[in-house]
Design a protein around this ligand. Structure first.
Ligand code: AP5
Length: 214
């Protein structure tokens, strides 16, 4: 299975990518997670990316495209992958077309998570993340078993720096301007499939599961 998950911040792309990755035994490739790892490591790319990620702006195309190209060429992506948060601009989509062509593979679909703004704000302000394994929680919708502690790692959960209300609104604006045009781009290629990001995790997962059965 080779999928792109497209949708606004907070649509639930990362959550579904994780579930699909486990059930299909293929990597979920999140450019946001890769960038946050690089920021944590203090690498050169991380230093450059920090100001963009934390303010809700997009990291320059050239940086992200290089990262994804390398990742798609790694052995574990041969059997399939789920791209979460990439592409995010038309230039990134064109670069992805090129690399898929070089690898002689095609996407099964681009899943577009249509999600309302009220749901996005509620989800992102309530999101908590494990700094060790990166598992996502939500204080109300998907709470950990012990208050603010990761079920798997036992470490204290944190709030992402870009999950404040002002930065979320900036990310939504950037999404509308830079990423929303990809809906038309992939519709034109006949690969776009729409799902409702407003649904709860299990319901949405069951709908996606049925789309790719057999
Ligand atoms: P990134 O990490 O990709 O963030 P995003 O796209 O803004 O997406 P989110 O992670 O906020 O939302 P999501 O849709 O994955 O939702 P999630 O499943 O977590 O990017 C961060 C930054 O990195 C960007 O702003 C940019 O600076 C940079 N960047 C990344 N990629 C880039 C690129 N290609 N080009 C340039 N720059 C790039 O869910 C959200 C919350 O809701 C969680 O708490 C979750 O538990 C809960 N939840 C999820 N699904 C449900 C549900 N169905 N019902 C109820 N609650 C739910």
């Amino acid at each position: 299975m080779r999928l792109v998950l497209l949708g606004p911040p907070g649509a639930g792309k990362g959550t579904q990518a994780e579930v699909l990755s486990r059930s299909h035994k293929i990597p979920a490739i999140s450019t946001g997670d890769i960038l946050r790892e690089k920021i944590k490591d203090g690498s050169e790319i991380g230093k450059e990316a920090k100001k963009y990620v934390e303010s809700g702006a997009l990291v320059p195309d050239a940086v992200v495209i290089k990262m994804v190209k390398e990742r798609l060429r790694s052995d574990d992506a041969r059997a399939g992958f789920i791209l979460d948060g990439f592409p995010r601009t038309v230039a990134q989509a064109e670069a992805l077309d090129k690399v898929l062509n070089e690898l002689r593979i095609t996407l099964d679909a681009v899943l577009y998570f249509e999600t309302s703004t009220a749901v996005i704000l509620e989800r992102l302000t309530g999101r908590r993340v494990c700094p060790k394994c990166r598992r996502n929680y939500h204080i109300k919708n998907i709470p950990p078993k012990r208050d603010n502690v990761c079920d798997d790692c036992g470490v204290q959960l944190i709030q992402r720096k870009d999950d404040t209300e002002d930065t979320i609104r900036r990310r939504l604006k950037v999404y509308e301007e830079e990423t929303a045009p990809l809906v038309e781009y992939y519709e034109g290629k006949g690969s776009l499939k729409r799902v409702s990001g407003d649904l709860d995790v299990e319901e949405l997962n069951s709908i996606i599961g049925k789309m790719f059965k057999g």
